[in-house]
Structures are given as C-alpha cells and as structure tokens.
Design a protein around this ligand. Structure first.
Ligand SMILES: Cc1cc2nc3c(=O)[nH]c(=O)nc-3n(C[C@H](O)[C@H](O)[C@H](O)COP(=O)(O)OP(=O)(O)OC[C@H]3O[C@@H](n4cnc5c(N)ncnc54)[C@H](O)[C@@H]3O)c2cc1C
Length: 434
C-alpha cells in the first residue's frame, strides 16, 4: 500500500475540519485535509445549510466566536470589517429572534474554501473524494490512517491527527471510548423549491397539508411547516423531512438517504398540488447528502456537561465559547417548533480543550459535533460556528504540539488558549469582545 507522510492530518473537511486545516497550516504545520465529498464545507455544502449558529450571544447580540468563522463571513460579505455585534452583519441575513446569521449562497462556500486551501498551498493540501476507512494504532498513537479513493487504499502517516468526521470515525476505530444519545436526533434531507409565490396562507396551509399527508400514511414523520425563504423571496428552503436512523450503520444510513429523498418529493408534490403559491413551482435540488445531526461523541478528558452550561463554569484551558440554546430535535413528528424540551438558553460558556482529547490515544484530537459533551450539552455545542471554533483550536494545538515535539494530548490547553488569543480567536471574554 502506498504511504503519504504529513505533520497534521485533518479527516473531514466540514465546519470543524476546514477551520482545523487552515489553523494548522497558518501556524506552520505541513497539513493534509481529506474529505469524502468533492468539496469542503460539511453541512453547509453537503446538505445545503446556510446558518452560522453559535456566533452570536442572543441576549446581547455580541459575537462569542471570532477567528476563522468570522473571517469566512467577512470574505462572503456578510460581516463588516472588525465586526463584533449582530448590528455589524448584513441586516437581510440575520434573525434577531434566534440570534442567527446565514450566508446568501452555499455554492459560493465551496469556491471560497477551495480558494483558501489554494492560498495556503505551500503548507496545506487537500484530497477530495477520499474517505478515511481504518487506522493503525501503535504505542497509544495513531500510526497511520488508511484512506480509500481513486488511487485505491493509501496509508497516511501523520504526527498529529484531527478527527473532524462528525461521527468520531477515527477515534472509534482507534479504540477511544465513545457514547451516543438515546434516542438519536433524526436525519433531515434539506431541499429547495423554485418559483414559489408565497401568499399569507402559504405557510399555514403547507403545515396542514403535511398533517394530512402524515395521517394518510404518505409521510412517516415530519417537522411542519419547515419552510423558509432564506435564499430568495420566491425560493422555498425546506427542512421538513425527519428520518430516524443511525448514520454510523451503513445499511441504515442508506435506508435513511432513500427515505429522506422520497419524503422530500412527497412534500413537494403535495404542496405543488394543494398549496396556493406553489402552482408553478419546481424542485431545484436536495442535499447532495442527507443531514446527520447526531451519532457518536468521544468520552474525552473532560465531558462538557449541562451543569457547565447552566453554571457557566470557567476553565483556564477554555479554547472556545458556546452560546446556542439546547436544540434537541425529536425523531418523531412535531409542529411549529423544531426542538423538544426546555430549549434552555445558556449564557456564553467555556469549552475546555480537554473536550477535544480522547482517552487512550495521545496524538489525536476530535473536533466538531463529536467532541466530548453530554447529550444535553452537545445539543448546544454541535452548531456550525461553535464547531468551527473547536476545529480552529484543534488546528492550532496540532501545530503547537509539532513545534514542541510532543503530542496534542500532552500539551497544555492554557497554551493553546494563549496561542488562539494572539490570532483574535479563542474563548469569549470582555477583553476579546472589543
Ligand atoms: C439537518 C441539519 C440541520 C442543522 N441545522 C443547523 C442550523 O440551523 N444551524 C447550525 O448552526 N447547525 C445546524 N446543524 C448542526 C451542524 O450543522 C453540525 O452539527 C455541524 O455541521 C458540525 O460540524 P462538523 O464539522 O462536526 O460536521 P460536518 O459539518 O458535518 O462535517 C463533517 C465532514 O466530515 C466528512 N466525513 C465524514 N466521515 C468521513 C470519513 N470517514 N472520511 C472523510 N470525510 C468524512 C463529511 O463529508 C463532512 O464534510 C444542523 C445539522 C443537521 C444535520
């Protein structure tokens, strides 16, 4: 089998992975990013989700995440230079009620991340259409990650590995303990409908039509109405499908993809034939992947807990700040509000570096939605801007460890935090909020 060597290997080029790869390369490490899709962006480009949630503390409007997440928004023209507050964002791309901001075009995100990778080509390379599929472990280190692509199987030897697969694939194969929520949150196939002329009754009727379709057995589960006009006034962006499944089981994941696609078409056909405003509409596209919210999370050196959020526990080794509400989607039909439970809104809370460090393996970090967090806490820390902040911290940590000739699991999170602060990133404090 062919072998490639690098200093940092980032597996998965989604929200956490693109930030990890950029941070690692920018801070001096030879970095290789691998991604199973033909582009970076994760949920943003593989599912088509435009939201950067976790950036804005809803009550105050201040940003709790800056760094690469904010840079991406600036490069897309969504945030002003030196932006610090929701008022510094494009007013047509925010919802104050949710403390939410979105990007105008998810396709543009692909070309932006391609360009950022190319801009760092002296230290950063990428292999798209490349899936991590196994690991070699030696002396409590990941000795190599095995990837599959059109070259066949390749071993990648890296001094530090960052698992940003969303599913903790690398950590799982390396034997690190993981947990999953019971029940798992459902998967959702997002899709877009063009040439909609919304009238006052469009949304309430769209909801009623879904209720009827569910009663008639045409739609197993759904969230209703799940219809937003985020990209254009005449383009419906639909997040109404809801498919219970385990996306780390290949057969179940395949079943979910098929059900998600079928449900999306059922919703479109029902609306087109029954809801005013949809008469001349057409199905633009879905995915290309069904969206996966919830699979494995590592049980790391620290498990971010609900108490961490409720008491806003402070940690010297905090490397990021979370602020999103407890956004738990039930794997069953629900109406009007997509989440279940209290929807508790935490004040900005610290996320310790140790939530990225798995047990048993010293040269591996796990960033993004599969970092170490309880079911409740991860319902907040899983969102996109928070995942980017975790990825950025992991990338900085990898490069620090390489310079210090040690492993990411053995360095101090306090040092990682200091390093992030010098890059206008890291956890939110009164000083960084200026
Ligand atoms: C349907 C849905 C709706 C959501 N809505 C919102 C929302 O409104 N706002 C919000 O902020 N968050 C939302 N989320 C949550 C959020 O998008 C994710 O939790 C976030 O994407 C986490 O980032 P990540 O980097 O961990 O994962 P991802 O962004 O999913 O990135 C993981 C990447 O790893 C790649 N990958 C996976 N396995 C492998 C492998 N073995 N080898 C190589 N590559 C691999 C994937 O292709 C992907 O690019 C939603 C999630 C879903 C599923």
């Amino acid at each position: 089998m062919k072998t490639i060597q690098t200093e940092t290997l980032v597996c998965g080029g989604g929200c956490a992975g693109i930030a990890a790869a950029l941070a690692s390369a920018r801070s001096g490490a030879q970095t290789l990013l691998i991604e199973r899709a033909g582009f970076s962006g994760g949920i943003i480009t593989t599912v088509g989700l435009p939201y950067f949630d976790g950036l804005i503390d809803k009550p105050s409007g201040r940003f709790v995440v800056k760094g690469i997440a904010l840079e991406l928004l600036q490069r897309l023209g969504v945030a002003r230079d030196k932006a610090n507050h929701i008022d510094d964002l494009r007013p047509d791309l925010i919802t104050r009620y949710w403390g939410s901001v979105w990007i105008p075009n998810v396709e543009e995100f692909k070309i932006l991340t391609d360009q950022l990778i190319l801009d760092h080509r002296d230290r950063l390379s990428v292999l798209y259409h490349t899936v991590a599929c196994d690991v070699e472990v030696r002396s409590q280190r990941v000795n190599a990650v095995i990837v599959a692509n059109k070259d066949g199987l390749t071993r990648i030897e890296a001094r530090q590995v960052i698992d940003c697969t969303g599913d903790g694939d690398i950590a799982n194969w390396a034997g690190c303990p993981t947990i999953s929520s019971t029940p798992l949150m459902p998967l959702t196939m997002h899709f877009r409908i063009g040439n909609v002329v919304p009238v006052e009754q469009t949304k309430p009727l769209a909801k009623q039509v879904l209720i009827d379709a569910h009663r008639e057995g045409k739609l197993p589960q759904f969230y209703g109405p799940g219809l937003i006009f985020a990209f254009a006034k005449d383009e419906g962006y639909v997040h109404a499908t809801r498919v219970p499944a385990n996306a780390t089981d290949a057969a179940d994941f395949t079943r979910a993809e098929i059900q998600g696609r079928r449900d999306a078409w059922t919703i479109f056909n029902e609306w087109k034939s029954k809801v005013p405003g949809f008469e001349n509409s057409y199905y633009i596209m879905s995915g290309p992947f069904i969206g996966v919210r919830d699979t494995r999370r590592i049980i790391g050196q620290h498990v971010l807990s609900l108490e961490d959020l409720q008491k806003t526990n402070r940690y010297d080794d905090a490397i990021a700040t979370g602020c999103w509400f407890l956004d738990i989607h039930p794997p069953e039909t629900s109406l009007d509000k997509p989440f279940t439970g209290s929807g508790f809104q935490p004040a900005p809370y610290d996320i310790s570096y140790r939530t990225l460090i798995p047990q048993k393996i010293s040269n591996l970090l796990v960033a993004g939605r599969c970092h170490s967090a309880s079911t409740e806490a991860s319902a907040s820390s899983r969102v996109t801007a928070t995942a980017m902040a975790l990825g950025e911290a992991a990338g900085q940590a990898a490069s620090l460890a390489i310079r210090a000739q040690t492993d990411v699991g053995l360095i101090s999170g306090v040092k990682v935090r200091e390093q992030l602060t010098t890059h206008n990133s890291g956890p939110f404090t009164e000083a960084t909020s200026k």
